[in-house]
Design a protein around this ligand. Structure first.
Ligand SMILES: [Zn+2]
Length: 211
């Protein structure tokens, strides 16, 4: 997939856009680069849901497709919004949340129940709740992890347990145009240890790790 990028972008010594490609030159949390890109493109102080202007400390970034359902931390899936809206939104997608906001007070509870059931069903089927054209299956052996992720044994066990229960990794592996892992390293490590042949990834065709 193609990540939404601004025409110009630069994070001193970390990342730069050249000929439409985001080049990442140093290992820092991938999400920090994605947050900065999003703010530069979508603004920092207007809530994407209630449209109110807020102070910076009352703003946050919402995952339009929730992380719980596989929603990645990339600008295409991030929306600056106020903390209040983000709290109310919970695990709804942005589309569901907009519908929810329009419902009459007495209909809201029922609507939430319906959405919850739908999400449970997807989870049971081992299906992500994100656009299908964002993801691809890749051979685990084709992926390259060139940095050392920092994670605990507890985290490893949690990721593995979730996979064993649902057949999916909640945090989808994100790779650059050369199959280098940008995010989701623990999911990849679990997949490798479990000797899985393939894994679902989000390939970012206009991102390149050049470390
Ligand atoms: Zn708001």
């Amino acid at each position: 997939m193609i990540v939404d990028l601004p025409e110009k972008f630069s994070m001193e010594g970390v990342a730069v856009i050249e000929n439409g490609i985001l080049k990442i030159m140093r290992y820092i949390a991938f999400s920090d680069i994605m947050y900065e890109l999003t703010y530069q493109m979508k603004g920092r102080n207007i809530c994407g849901y209630c449209k109110k202007e807020k102070e910076k400390k009352k703003m946050t970034l919402d995952h339009m497709y929730p992380q719980e359902l596989g929603g990645p931390t990339i600008p295409n899936n991030l929306l600056p919004c106020c903390k209040k809206c983000n709290r109310t939104k919970g695990n709804l997608t942005s589309k569901e949340f907009r519908k929810y906001l329009k419902k009459k007070q007495e209909e809201k509870g029922k609507y939430l129940e319906k959405v919850q059931k739908h999400q449970e069903k997807l989870k049971k089927k081992g299906k992500y709740h994100i656009p299908i054209d964002w993801i691809e299956e890749r051979k685990v052996s084709d992926l390259k992890l060139l940095w050392t992720p920092n994670y605990s044994d507890t985290k490893y066990k949690k990721v593995r347990k979730y996979y064993e229960e649902t057949g999916m990794f909640k945090k989808i592996v994100i790779v650059d145009r050369n199959n280098q892992i940008l995010s989701g390293a623990v999911s990849y490590i679990v997949a490798k240890k479990m000797k899985l042949k393939t894994i679902t990834v989000i390939p970012l065709e206009n991102v390149e790790l050049t470390v």
